[in-house]
Every structure is written in C-alpha cells, then in structure tokens.
Design a protein around this ligand. Sequence first.
Ligand code: ATP
Ligand code: MG
Length: 316
Amino acid sequence: MKKILVSGVQPSGRLHIGNYFGALKQFVDLQDEYETRIFIANLHALTTLQNPEELKKISRELVLDFLAIGLDPKKATLYYQSDVPHVTELAWIFSCLTTMPELMRAHAFKDKEAKNADINVGTFNYPVLMAADILVHDADAVPVGKDQKQHIEIAREVARDFNNVFGELFKEPKELILEAVETVPGTDGQKMSKSYGNTIPLFATDEEVDKAVMSIVTDSSGEYPENVFKIHQLFRTNDELDKIYTENKGQYKKLKELLAEDIKNFIRPMRERREEWAGKMDEVDKIVAEGGKKMREVVHKKMVEVRERVGLIHND
Ligand code: ATP
Ligand code: MG
C-alpha cells in the first residue's frame, strides 16, 4: 500500500509562484510515490472570502490550476473540502479537545489578530479544521510552505490528544517543506500571499509578469537586490545567478527584466495547458465531483470509527 499524501489550497485568490514552488510542485513530483489527495479548501476560504459568486468561480479555477500544473486525475484525487462534510464534524470533536491557549499561540492567528480586532472564530479555529482535513485520511505526508509548519504541529498535537483520551486512532502526519523555497517573498518583501496583493500570479500573462516584477521593492543593504534575487533563485542555479548579478551589478532595471524573462518562459507552457483545460470545463467539474464522491466514502468509514470511539450514536 502506498503512503498517503494530503494537502489543500484555499480558493482565496489567484495562485502565485510562492504557492507553486512552496507547495504545489511537490504535489506533482510526489504523485507517483504517494497516494495523493488534494483538496480545494473552500471552507477555510470562507474565513476571508464572503462572496458566493467569487468563491465558486475561484474554486473551479483552482481545479483548472491543479490540472494545468500537471496533477494527473488518475494518480491524484482532487476534491472540494465541502464535498466531504465529515471534516466539519470531526473539527467539532477536535475543538472539544483543543484548548484556547494552544490555538492562541498560533503565529498565523496572532498576525491576523494584530491586523484585525474583529477577527472571526473561523480564523481562530482554522488549525482545528485543518487538523481534521489531514487526520481523517490517516495522512503520512503533508507538503506545505513554511507558514503552515506550526499548523501541522498542531495537527499532531490534536492526534495525540485524541489518542490519549479515546485510544489510538489517528496517525501523526509529517510536513514536507522544501527548505530552499520555504517562504517565497512577495513584491513588497513580505511572504507572497494571495490575500496581500503582493503576488506574481502563477498563470500571469506576460504583461502581468512585467508589471509585477517591476514593482518588486529593491531597497537592499546587501550586494544584490534581495527580493529580486530571492525570486530569481526559483528559476536558476546560484552559479548562474552569481554570474548574472555580477555582470549587471547595480542595474536593478536590467536585473528585473532578466527575471521577468525567466518567469515568462517558465509560465508560458503551464498557462497554455491551463487554456486547454479551460475549454473542457465539463470534464474539469466531473473530475472534482468524482474525487469528492471517492473521498466521502473513504472518510465515512473513518468517521464511523471516530463516532464509535467518542460515543456518538449514529444510525447510518
Ligand atoms: P492566503 O493569503 O489566502 O492565506 P496563501 O497565498 O497563503 O493565501 P494558502 O492557500 O494559504 O495560500 O496556502 C497554500 C499553500 O501554499 C500552503 O502550503 C502554503 O504553505 C503555501 N504557501 C503560501 N504562500 C507561500 C510562500 N510565499 N512561499 C512558500 N509557500 C507558500
Ligand atoms: Mg495562507
């Protein structure tokens, strides 16, 4: 039996190169080795996106994106998180075992709380729903960017808490983080994030790439313009970059043009593959619906055990 890989991406905006290099590329690279299950985290996205038309649109587009980067529906199951409603039930059970101080320590929560006093309970509970998403599959591996490391640690704690109280039932998952690309910076130098408006979209047009790259903040105390260089590292080896950055020392505009060229060449074939899939939306919708059906069956079996273990009488 293959080991199980699970990961999710929120349909909270357009995918960017940080998502790709930090997490999504690993899904593609590992789909032969692992039984791969990738979900569109539309319930998580509700914490920030409360516009039904927009949520539906981005959710479907994210399926397209997954197919365009090379996830093969024969190897990887793609599904909407909301098509497996058991996870919200499990999240409730887990939230009865998780303490407030545990969740208050989460960096993502603290950052968001600092920016928004009216933060919603969903945002606070985000790691618990994420624990349910992962643990319900008995996942072995969870490829993510570094910003999710602490959330996977919380998932392991949740598994331990449950196992201590109700007896061994959940496996402790391991995060797979690629050190070299663990946090891709955005055009403003902060973590590139869909919700920060600082992205280079993964399927950007050439014009969009030019515009985003030219807007990269370049003030730098080091030898090279730091943010430009860090993003460039995704596309070339350090040896190649040393040569390029030495030859064009101090010429930030030129360096940005070279970076933009590399990004455009990288994106073009994926964007074209995406356009092909976009012409077959019926097929795309079918793939994700079938994925949901398959996962519901798998997850249902696990939930029958969970309900039994915690003492919930159920009649189905
Ligand atoms: P949002 O701003 O809505 O949280 P996001 O860009 O952070 O969006 P998520 O859907 O939260 O994207 O994360 C999807 C995956 O991409 C996660 O595994 C996350 O760790 C990874 N990821 C997100 N941003 C980066 C980044 N800048 N560098 C590396 N990995 C990233
Ligand atoms: Mg995020």
